[in-house]
Design a protein around this ligand. Structure first.
Ligand code: SAM
Length: 286
């Protein structure tokens, strides 16, 4: 029998990277398994030691060690964490809130741990995206998670153009001071009548899932700067059963009359009629 302390293969099989979900607001959502994992880990990687320190204190946990792994430090931390896994350690990863590695640091550690042959475990907890989706009342069977949209420029325009004809429900994260801007851009891309849910402060005192159209949502946030954390859940594009080839051709002719190239006309019509680009392209080049 091999000695697990000296045999490198056994040690490698013992080293574990464990992704631990933490509350998105209500501390009561920290699971018993998360508490046990954080208490027994050799190291807890976190975005912010003060914030995670408060969570650990709340749960009565004295962590063996805390290390900052955030967007700026994750890359540099990878080699050291993999070395610790190699010594057979159990390394837990948390973010400030919700699931690590999901619009949060952690993904690079997972990729490196997998590549080096270590076990990656998950202790699931809440995530703002799934919580908002299931409470939205919009179809949740198939959905697209977009995280944060690019802040500006052609990247943002291109992403909005991709989202507009998306039939599945779209889940977006947004910082409170950018909610109004993003709703305005979504209205331009998707039209005023598209349904949206503003899921705010989930699991907290002022939790709310506001439902309406994009035009109504803009009116709602116009006067008051939105406060708290938001997830935007956007209804998918209507199924264009009733849009005929003739309508698409007429829309293409209008775009061309305004001087649009075939490429631009196809893109504009696909968005405005919420039909697949391929279908518009085939008609444009027939
Ligand atoms: N990893 C996290 C998760 O699993 O939900 C997401 C982290 S991301 C950096 C933070 C974003 O999540 C916020 O900008 C907001 O869009 C959303 N969020 C986090 N907590 C929330 C809450 N309690 N209510 C609504 N949205 C929340």
């Amino acid at each position: 029998m091999t000695d697990p302390v000296t045999d490198p293969v056994s040690q490698r099989s013992q080293g574990r990277l464990i992704l631990v979900g933490t509350p998105i607001g209500n501390l009561g959502d920290l699971t018993p398994r998360a508490i046990e994992t954080l208490a027994s880990a050799d190291l807890v990687c976190c975005e912010d030691t003060r914030r995670t320190g408060r969570l650990l204190q709340h749960a009565g946990i004295r962590a063996a060690g805390l290390r900052v792994v955030n967007d700026h430090t994750e890359e540099a931390a990878v080699a050291d964490i993999v070395a610790r896994l190699g010594r057979g350690e159990r390394v837990a990863v948390v973010s400030d809130a919700g699931m690590p590695g999901f619009s949060d640091p952690g993904e690079r550690l997972v990729v490196a741990a997998v590549a080096a042959g270590f076990v990656v475990e998950v202790v699931p907890g809440p995530s703002a995206a799934i919580s908002a989706l299931v409470a939205s009342g919009l179809p949740a069977g198939r959905f697209v998670f977009e995280g944060f949209l690019p802040r500006k420029g052609s990247g943002r325009t291109a992403r909005l153009a991709t989202l507009a004809p998306e039939r599945r429900t779209v889940v977006l994260y947004e910082a409170p001071h950018r909610v109004a801007r993003t709703l305005a851009d979504l209205l331009v891309a998707c039209g005023p009548d598209r349904r949206v849910v503003l899921a705010r402060e989930l699991t907290k005192l002022h939790e709310e899932s506001w439902r309406g159209t994009l035009a109504e949502a803009i009116a709602r946030v116009a006067d008051v700067e939105p406060r708290g954390e938001y997830v935007l859940v956007l209804d998918g594009a209507p199924v264009p059963d009733d849009i005929t080839d003739g309508e698409i051709e007429a829309a293409l002719a209008e775009e061309r009359a305004l001087g649009a190239s075939t490429r631009d006309a196809v893109a504009a019509v696909a968005v405005s009629l919420a039909v697949p680009k391929r279908r518009v392209y085939d008609l444009a080049t027939a």
